[in-house]
Design a protein around this ligand. Structure first.
Ligand code: SF4
Ligand code: SF4
Length: 358
């Protein structure tokens, strides 16, 4: 396989915003990243609006640059993310949209629709059969599959479960329904923290399989019949139900990239990626706090190849820090597993040519 091209422009957060915007415009122009966009096409811009209190997410003024270029082509961009598995402000669509607005993502400023599909409605989900090693059927949010193209915009940073998070993580986990996310995170049903359970019974009412019951006024899940839809996690107001995070971590990177495979299999020429290696933090943007930097700012990368852009971002971080900082902050995680499995699946290339702009 020939090397994939990855374009790179150095940027630091201390640069003037106007300077960063000009650099981003130049990066997109030189890489021809959005040249494939055609008039009237629906372009899904997948991003992360940031959990409440988080400051690492890619800022709306940079997303506007991308939307403006797409709008000039008479295409129809829309910003999109999916609801989270964990309990927070991004667990349900209404609150998630409100938080996005609070973080500066609104149609008036950006000129594009912002959608957060409610994946508890069947019409918003789609099952894609792929018959791969870990994922036989991927449970995805329909809007991605029905769009004409996907632009993945990622904040490049560390991640508690996968070592780092970039383009592959943004798409693989970020385009999955809650059921898909639970499958990736866990091999078994959610767990119940008895000390937090009040016995309110809300989870029992919502469970589509009717596999939750009360025993001594505490909820209990019959795991054998659970289909992993994660509805109970979302509904519990006391955070008494959670993903069994460790149970599936052994295969999470592989499952995650098999979801990328499902998402992109019919869109190979209609995807593009931008990684913002700015404010590189230990944890992802789901963390509800101002996570400090673990590495000095690097810049923005652009590529059509999600594997190459993540590998190049990773290598730049290691070079900048003079050591593998992701391994240092997440010693139990092997960051290379997601890259290697994605390469094996033919999603992209580990060899890349870095084209540096100044
Ligand atoms: S919704 Fe939460 S608090 Fe209520 S019964 Fe279920 S687990 Fe317990
Ligand atoms: S994950 Fe879905 S099926 Fe399983 S116990 Fe919770 S609500 Fe029921």
């Amino acid at each position: 396989m020939a090397k994939s091209k990855v374009y790179f422009i150095p940027v630091t957060e201390t640069d003037n915003k106007e300077v960063i915007i000009k650099k981003l415009q130049r990066l997109i122009q030189e890489s021809k990243l959005l040249d494939f966009v055609l008039p009237q096409e629906d372009i899904a811009i997948k991003l992360h609006f940031g959990e409440e209190g988080n400051t690492g997410f890619v800022k709306p003024e940079y997303i506007k640059v991308i939307c403006d270029i797409i709008l000039e082509k008479n295409a129809k961009p829309f910003l999109i993310d999916t609801n989270t598995l964990y309990k927070g402000r991004r667990t349900d669509s209404k609150e998630h949209l409100k938080l996005a607005e609070e973080h500066g993502f609104n149609k008036k400023e950006i000129g594009s629709e912002i959608i957060i599909p409610d994946d508890s409605l069947e019409e918003n989900t789609i099952d894609i059969k792929i018959n791969q090693r870990f994922v036989k059927t991927a449970y995805l949010v329909r809007a991605f599959i029905e769009s004409d193209a996907i632009i993945g915009i990622s904040h490049f940073k560390g991640h508690i479960m996968t070592g780092f998070g970039g383009a592959l993580k943004n798409l693989g986990m970020g385009c999955a329904t809650r059921k898909g996310k639970l499958f990736q995170h866990s091999d078994i049903a959610p767990i119940i923290y008895k000390q937090k359970c009040t016995g309110c019974g809300e989870c029992i009412k919502i469970c589509p399989q009717q596999v939750i019951y009360l025993k001594e006024n505490k909820a209990v899940i019959d795991g054998k019949r659970c289909i992993g839809c994660a509805s109970c996690i979302a509904v519990c107001a006391f955070s008494a139900i959670d993903v069994n995070w460790e149970s599936g971590s052994s295969t999470l990177p592989e499952k995650m990239v098999e979801y990328v495979f499902a998402l992109l299999k019919d869109k190979r020429d209609k995807t593009a990626f931008l990684n913002f290696a700015i404010k590189i933090t230990k944890e992802c943007d789901c963390i509800a706090k101002d996570d400090p930097r673990i590495c000095a700012d690097i810049g923005i990368l652009a590529s059509f190849d999600p594997v190459s852009i993540d590998k190049a971002s990773y290598d730049l971080v290691v070079r900048q820090c003079g050591r593998d900082i992701f391994k240092e902050v997440h010693p139990k995680r092997d960051s290379h597993r997601q890259l290697n499995h994605a390469y094996k699946l033919g999603i992209g290339n580990l060899d890349y040519e870095l084209i540096s702009l100044s």
